[in-house]
Design a protein around this ligand. Structure first.
Ligand code: FCB
Length: 447
């Protein structure tokens, strides 16, 4: 005789909780040469031999630029309440400066209207790494001027779309631009220059602050905040050396981004570690930190993995990984990261704008795509987020990364992160088992 499975009470989310999914422009849109779009650093990078797996590029991606209506219907069928996407700067200003390209703005207007028609709240990221190549040629984020160009671009977008976008995010994961773009170099623009990297961090922060001020200047109703990928850092052992190394690691991973925006200061330990002559230290002009710490309305948190730091300042793995070798699956980290932000930076409203994993999905003979690993991952991370809510974290929404399988940067199309499978040969979309599961969670508003 089998025993009945013990029933645990459902984890109910607050009424109106913003169930969502996320994407970004270069990863899904394709249509790289259409309607006046200029080139971005990711066009250049992905077309450079050896930079991406299999030489994959975002030229076609999931062809979302042409198939956005079908994708909007997929979102409606999932029951999404929020959709987080990004606007491609080179569609709005091909070279990153000057008059806006109306056809680019029109595309996002159609997308945003389509979301509203389906009862889905748009959440627009202004910059998800696709810097116009012409600005890169003029120095990119190493140049202070790029922050001002970004503010001009943001102003154009706010004035064109601000009546219809309730939430804006400024810069997606400045840390990834710093670390992958300028330290390891495995993302565009492919540099390996630590001194440049932290100056880039400063200019990304400045761009963020200028954009916040630009939105306020329009008098528009939208809310705005930064989008940070935060990595909880834990000592790998009990030694005082590991504790000290973890503290500094946390400075580089988390406080370097949170502190300037929320406290108006760079973390002293990181500044000291970089030294008084670093390009970051020399690049901070009077008044910059006031701009950078302009009050925001919310913080977007992206959580994927913890980091374990050794006494020597290296890192070790402790939990199972996914197909993304940098990822360790540790749901408790979601709770730690959310409660830490609230504890250390006050009760700023929080949205989780990315959380997910790649799984080795295949299209079955019966036409279905079964991804139990994604269901387990999302369930465990949402349970941890729910505990954070119960502990008082003002979490208002959650966005799975990603709505669709897409171009995963230097990994090309090998890693599948979507709730919806994309058959790239035909561009057919097939909701995975996890999409059906997520639809149920959304309908129940409970886990
Ligand atoms: C984040 C990025 C997003 C996607 C996921 C897997 O760092 O913001 O575009 O690549 O990782």
């Amino acid at each position: 005789m089998s025993m009945p499975t013990p029933q645990r009470p459902p984890l109910r989310f607050p009424p109106g909780f913003g169930w969502g999914a996320a994407t970004s422009a270069y990863q899904i849109e394709g249509a790289a040469k259409e309607d006046g779009r200029g080139e971005s650093v990711w066009d250049t990078f992905s077309r450079t031999p050896g930079r991406t797996r299999n030489g994959d590029t975002g030229d076609v991606a999931t062809d979302h630029y042409h198939r956005y209506n079908e994708d909007l219907d997929l979102m409606r069928d999932l029951g999404l309440r929020s959709y987080r996407f990004s606007i491609a700067w080179p569609r709005i200003q091909a070279d990153g400066t000057g008059a806006p390209n109306q056809r680019g703005l029109d595309f996002y207007r159609r997308l945003i209207d389509g979301l509203h028609e389906r009862g889905i709240a748009p959440m627009a990221t202004l910059f998800h790494w696709d810097l116009p190549q012409a600005l890169q040629d003029a120095g990119g984020w190493e140049s202070r001027d790029t922050a001002h160009r970004f503010a001009d671009y943001a102003d154009i977008v706010f004035r064109a779309l601000g009546d219809r976008v309730p939430v804006w995010l400024t810069i997606n994961e400045p840390k990834t631009v710093v670390q992958n773009g300028y330290l390891s170099g495995h993302h565009a623009p492919g540099r390996q220059d630590p001194d440049a990297a932290y100056l880039v961090a400063h200019h990304l922060h400045l761009a963020h602050g200028l954009a916040v001020r630009a939105l306020r200047a329009t008098g528009g109703p939208g809310r705005i905040g930064p989008a940070f990928n935060l990595h909880p850092c834990y000592p790998a052992d009990d030694s005082p050396e590991a504790a000290a190394a973890t503290r500094l690691y946390d400075g580089y991973e988390n406080r370097l981004y949170l502190d300037p925006v929320f406290t108006g200061h760079y973390p002293q330990d990181v500044l000291a570690d970089l030294g008084p002559d670093s390009r970051l230290a020399r690049g901070i002009a009077d008044g910059d930190l006031e701009v950078i710490s302009s009050p925001v309305d919310l913080l977007a948190v992206q959580y994927y993995t913890p980091i374990y730091v050794t006494a020597g300042g290296g890192t070790v793995g402790r939990w199972p990984t996914s197909q993304a070798p940098w990822q360790q699956i540790y749901p408790e980290g979601m709770y730690d990261v959310l409660t830490r932000v609230t504890r250390d930076y006050g009760p700023v409203p929080i949205t989780v704008t990315e959380n997910g994993l790649p799984t080795p999905d295949t299209l079955g003979a019966d036409g279905s795509v079964d991804d139990p690993g994604r269901i387990a991952f999302l369930r465990d991370h949402l349970a941890a987020a729910h505990r954070a809510l119960t502990a008082g974290v003002p979490l208002e929404s959650f966005h799975a990364w990603s709505l669709l399988d897409n171009f995963e940067w230097d990994e090309g199309y090998d890693q599948r992160w979507g709730l919806v499978y994309v058959d790239y040969a035909t561009q057919r979309r097939i909701p995975k088992t996890s999409a059906h599961w997520y639809r149920r969670v959304i309908a129940d508003n409970a886990l």
